[in-house]
Design a protein around this ligand. Sequence first.
Ligand SMILES: O=C(O)c1ccccc1N[C@@H]1O[C@H](COP(=O)(O)O)[C@@H](O)[C@H]1O
Length: 228
Amino acid sequence: MTLKIKVCGITNKKELEKIQKLDVDYMGFINVERSKRYISIEKLEDLQKSLNDKDKSVLVIEPENPYEAISKANMTKIRHLQLHSLTCPDVRYILWASQYYCNIKSLDITKVVGLVSNEKISPQKQKEIEHNALFASNILFDYKKDGLTGGTGSKIPLKTVIKACEIVKNKHSNTNVTLSGGLDYDYLSEIKDNLHNFDCIDINSGVEDSPGHKNIKKIKEIVKLIKE
Ligand SMILES: O=C(O)c1ccccc1N[C@@H]1O[C@H](COP(=O)(O)O)[C@@H](O)[C@H]1O
């Protein structure tokens, strides 16, 4: 299977239109207030009108509870959610309640799991990864700093994230794994031979001129490196 590419943190129509012409599989819109790439639900709805393939949209959120996640999926009609908060039972509830109450059939959930820079995965972290692998359709591994994930621009040690990926696949081989955290062209070139471990890569701050402003040339170089 070819490695998929998600470009995250798109904030404006001009860049969206250029990015969607590239061989990119997913486009992420960040509705997390603490983010420098934050966009409101209203702006997001407007951007969605310029998208040729709405199935490529990913709504990146950090909800306080499952109801907030369901409500945002309902409002935006985006069927891929990337959750930077909540627990496994919450994810289960979102999947059930979105079908039961909102008639949302196929909600696709990416659960973000934060990893830190020390190389060992603790038994507790292993459990967290295994539980998430059972309920989410995709696990996104990101660098965790001060208890938070998202937009840190920092890389997870490769050994650690490959081990984490093995834990997911051993628990539930159908669950996809996305590599994230400070990915840029130079790093991706360096680790190219290890990318077969993952289903998708998520590029964000590593392809920007400034937060929320994507450098199309940098994205094109990565697309060429991965897809050609
Ligand atoms: O990018 C942000 O500002 C952000 C803030 C809050 C939640 C998620 C955010 N982005 C996601 O963070 C990862 C890694 O980004 P980076 O490559 O380290 O900049 C990526 O999945 C974005 O989707």
